[in-house]
Ligand binder design. Structure first.
Ligand code: SF4
Length: 215
């Protein structure tokens, strides 16, 4: 790693040592469902609906047979809930019909499931300990941009490749969680709390706006 990259990795290892997922799940099926439901909504919102959802429909077989209207009722407090209900239903049917009720374990298979894109597949694989990735959500993208690893409209898949080339593989899973925690707690999209941040010297945003936000 270059000096800058080592410094940044050390900062997160010191300041966000306990960063991990904030989604609640008990098994691979619940894990995949929870990640899918977390698109464009908070993990806390997902955790409020999943206990009852997973109690009523604990397996792909049960979810595949659930009335669509009932799935929508379970999910109606979440953004995009109608699409998410349809995706859960279709995804569960495919798991039953094609994968014997199991969630597949390769990215190539996962991205063929409804509602599962590159990021969701990567998060599932890392949460299940099946493969290391550095998936790029909105927090990771924003932090990467500010720290000079991405540009504003860069394709998340390219940002992921850049981050995976920059940091050693054994750090990817931790860094993914740590950057999300950092984005939520300090490096907000609006009004980041730069005074609390130890990465100012490497930050494009700080260099550009420090005079306005109180150096
Ligand atoms: S200095 Fe501010 S904008 Fe830059 S990484 Fe730190 S919190 Fe984010």
């Amino acid at each position: 790693m270059k000096e800058k990259d080592s410094f940044i990795a050390s900062y997160f290892e010191t300041e966000f040592a306990s960063a991990t997922t904030s989604l609640d799940f008990q098994n691979p099926f619940e894990c995949l469902c929870a990640i899918l439901l977390s698109a464009q909504t908070t993990d806390a919102s997902v955790n409020r609906v999943t206990p009852r959802l997973f109690k009523d429909y604990p397996t792909p077989e049960a979810m595949a047979n659930a009335p669509l209207e009932d799935l929508k009722n379970h999910l109606h407090s979440l953004g995009l809930y109608q699409n998410k209900a349809k995706n859960l239903s279709m995804l569960s049917k495919i798991l039953v019909e094609k994968y014997h009720g199991q969630v597949p374990s390769t990215k190539e298979e996962l991205v063929t499931l409804p509602g599962v894109g590159n990021k969701t597949a990567g998060v599932f694989l890392l949460e299940q300990g099946l493969a290391p990735y550095f998936p790029v959500d909105t927090h990771v993208h924003r932090v990467a941009e500010r720290l000079g690893y991405a540009t504003k409209n860069m394709d998340p898949a390219l940002v992921e490749k850049k981050l995976e080339r920059t940091f050693p593989k054994e750090k990817w899973i931790f860094m993914h969680h740590a950057w999300i925690a950092f984005g939520r707690q300090i490096c907000h999209a609006r009004n980041p709390e730069c005074q609390r941040c130890g990465l100012k010297d490497d930050c494009r945003y700080w260099k550009k706006y420090s005079s306005k936000i109180g150096k």
